[in-house]
Design a protein around this ligand. Structure first.
Ligand SMILES: [Zn+2]
Length: 307
């Protein structure tokens, strides 16, 4: 299957593109794959050696877990796919970051920029995210284990801060009855229409939000323009948290969705579909480490060891 994609704009963190010839179910599956199945790096376990700051260990663990990290998908594997099967991971499935800040007589804000990573390719997306504040004489020392994971387990592993699609408008202008009065041009909140050479024309159909204000503003009866929406065509906006380039998220989502569909087709052929539904139940993570930051495993609460 080949997807027809036309890129409208691409910046460091956002890509907007048009996806053609697909139905709404596929468009939504594609969107959900970007949110829940494309892996990215996030800190998952913390070992706190010293923390005399005002923020308790658990709160700090939660804050640190939500710091987006630059992700290197080509050099690392998901812990569940790693051969080491080690609780704390190996050089292929985790990156260790350390935080060691102490103050003498000043007040200091500890930020994500103070985290020192063993891999310069896996670092916080921004150095300015506050973690805690230290009063004179206070210190914080910890070791953080970052791992690849997916948004299905916890939202901290979502590589996107926004992944949406919308329908694209389709405006037809009746050149015979239109008087080019420009009432519709004024009424449109997103500047879709314009008058050029004394005639009304569509300037940017991708800006259309299907509000219908242009049709309502037309003084001609019946209105000289009609507004509908294009069939099987969607406008996607994907904004990365900064961990992965936005185009990489789209490409990975396409690859993962194709893999899943191939697997499903195989299961249908072999009559194994009921098994698939059981597997889809929940992507539970095994309990591990001291503070699993926002782990989805309810059993972990009971067997949590002392600090
Ligand atoms: Zn490993």
């Amino acid at each position: 299957m080949t997807l027809k994609i036309e890129i409208l704009s691409l910046t460091e963190d956002t890509v907007r593109f048009i996806l053609e010839d697909v139905d709404v179910a596929f468009a939504n599956a594609f969107r959900r794959t970007m949110i829940a199945d494309v892996p990215c790096f996030t800190i998952d376990d913390l070992f706190v050696f010293d923390n005399s700051s005002v923020v308790a260990d658990e709160f700090m663990a939660h804050r640190i877990g939500l710091i987006p990290l630059k992700t290197d998908l080509d050099s690392y594997v998901l812990p569940k796919n790693c051969e080491c099967e080690s609780e704390l991971g190996c050089g292929l499935c985790r990156v260790v970051l350390t935080l060691d800040v102490e103050t003498e007589d000043e007040i200091r804000t500890v930020t994500s920029g103070d985290l020192v990573s063993e891999d310069p390719k896996v670092i916080p997306v921004s150095p300015d995210i506050p973690i805690t504040k230290l009063a004179p004489g206070q210190a914080v020392r910890l070791e953080a284990y970052a791992r690849l994971g997916t948004g299905k387990t916890h939202a901290k592993w979502q590589p996107v801060s926004e992944a949406i699609y919308q329908h694209i408008g389709d405006i037809e202008i009746d050149g015979k009855t239109c008087t080019a009065c420009a009432k519709c041009v004024e009424a449109c909140p997103t500047k879709v229409l314009e008058i050029e050479g004394g005639k009304l024309r569509v300037a940017d159909i991708n800006a259309c939000i299907l509000c219908g204000d242009c049709v309502n503003a037309c003084p001609v009866d019946p209105a000289a323009l009609t507004q509908g929406m294009k069939d099987k065509t969607f406008l996607f906006t994907v904004e990365s948290t900064g961990g992965l380039p936005p185009e990489r998220i789209v490409i990975e989502a396409g690859r993962i969705l194709t893999e899943k569909l191939t697997e499903l087709a195989g299961k249908i052929e072999r009559g194994e579909t009921s098994e698939e539904i059981v597997e889809m139940d929940m992507g539970m993570q095994k309990a591990r480490g001291l503070y699993s930051v926002g782990s989805a495993d309810p059993d972990e609460e009971e067997e949590e060891p002392e600090e």
